[in-house]
Write a protein that binds this ligand. Structure first.
Ligand SMILES: NC(=O)c1ccc[n+]([C@@H]2O[C@H](COP(=O)([O-])OP(=O)(O)OC[C@H]3O[C@@H](n4cnc5c(N)ncnc54)[C@H](O)[C@@H]3O)[C@@H](O)[C@H]2O)c1
Ligand SMILES: [Zn+2]
Length: 340
């Protein structure tokens, strides 16, 4: 599978790219939400000449746009606008718009080109890279989707200027995740500063792209990027925490289990726990009853076949092991200890 070309030089570089021969005759439609319409569209169209005449389609903000109904509305609008196979969908938004846009592009006329222009930190370092597209269906997140990489993904940090602090934090947690499973020095750097230079955002995007290239269909090494997610997804749904923050807590659970099962140094766990505490002061402890109710959510995680839970743990920072089997008692113990 051909992966997306990532343009690290921002919108100006995108403008140069779209002036090339292969984009002549392209008819662009920009997919956006209310926030990116307001905060990001002006910069996009003023910076990229090829997009000045583009149509745009607005979808609901956040996870709500990742539905079959919204996808159908976008297909309908494309049909009514007589979009043909030269149509190009430009996804201007966070992970939600990019996930939906990729899904729509994969299905329309058996596949049209799409360009990801992530406008959240999480989008830039994670969601907009790697070709996974999805909508939520049947009450299950990301249950229907494709591997369908964008032709281009553009990293433009200027979009981060209007992003709310909570959204920055979500992205930051995913950056820490990628670093934890690939690069110990970067992990330490991420924990020691609050303001990352742009080069760090690009560095993490490159790390993700490298892992995806090695295993585009998520059969083996790509699974390391699910670190913290088995527990994180359950915490996200059960406690209603934002995804990134929930993954942050999920990583703490996974690190604790890593010290018990794979000999991860206690110090890594305690340093991380201390850092995380700053962002989760109000998280109340899990009771045994909570944990029982969270088990089905943990099992729903795509990584788990029937029966015991399997997840990514760490031998050391940068040395993850995938598919480690965890007993229900080990999960109970780890979640009960979360507050110690
Ligand atoms: N495909 C993948 O590989 C992958 C990986 C990780 C996450 N995801 C998906 O990504 C989604 C989460 O993405 P997200 O965290 O970017 O959330 P999001 O797309 O909902 O964006 C977060 C919020 O920020 C607003 N926003 C976006 N850009 C803005 C800007 N520049 N200024 C001001 N507001 C702005 C949005 O309107 C929204 O309200 C989830 O659905 C998740 O499943 C996909
Ligand atoms: Zn995630």
């Amino acid at each position: 599978m051909k992966q997306s070309k990532i343009i690290y030089g921002g919108l100006e570089a995108l403008g140069r790219e779209l002036a090339k021969e292969e984009w002549q005759g392209a008819k662009y439609t920009i997919l956006l939400d209310e926030n990116t319409f307001q905060h990001c569209l002006p910069l996009l169209i003023s910076s990229v000449e090829a997009l000045q005449e583009a149509e745009f389609i607005e979808v609901p903000v956040g996870e709500e746009c990742k539905s079959l109904e919204v996808a159908a509305q976008v297909w309908q609008t494309l049909l009514e606008g007589e979009a043909d196979r030269n149509a190009v969908l430009v996804n201007l938004g966070g992970g939600c718009v990019c996930d939906l846009g990729g899904f729509v592009a994969a299905g329309y006329k058996r596949g049209i080109r799409h360009i990801n222009v992530p406008t959240t930190l999480l989008g830039m370092v994670d969601a907009a890279i790697g070709g996974k597209t999805a909508i939520d269906f049947g009450g299950v997140k990301n249950s229907i989707g494709h591997f369908y990489p964008a032709v281009l993904t553009v990293i433009e940090p200027a979009f981060l200027e209007t992003l709310p602090e909570t959204e920055l934090l979500n992205g930051r947690m995913e950056m820490v995740k990628t670093a934890a499973v690939t690069d110990p020095a970067l992990f330490e750097r991420l924990l020691s500063t609050t303001h990352y230079p742009l080069s760090t955002v690009k560095e993490v995007a490159r790390l993700k792209a490298r892992v995806v290239k090695a295993d585009p269909y998520d059969h083996s090494i790509r699974k390391i990027l699910n670190f913290g997610h088995t527990f994180g997804h359950a915490i996200e749904v059960y406690r209603g925490l934002p995804h990134g923050l929930a993954v942050g807590v999920g990583m703490k659970v996974a690190m604790y289990l890593s010290t018990k099962k794979l000999g991860l140094a206690e110090e890594v766990y305690t340093t991380y726990s201390r850092w995380l505490k700053e962002f989760t002061p109000h998280l109340s402890p899990f009771t045994l009853k909570d944990i029982e109710q969270m088990f089905p959510l943990m099992r729903q995680d795509k990584k788990n076949t029937a029966g015991s839970l399997r997840c990514v743990l760490l031998q050391e920072l940068g040395a993850p092991v995938i598919d480690v089997e965890i007993s229900d008692n080990e999960v109970r113990d780890a979640l009960l200890r979360l507050h110690r």
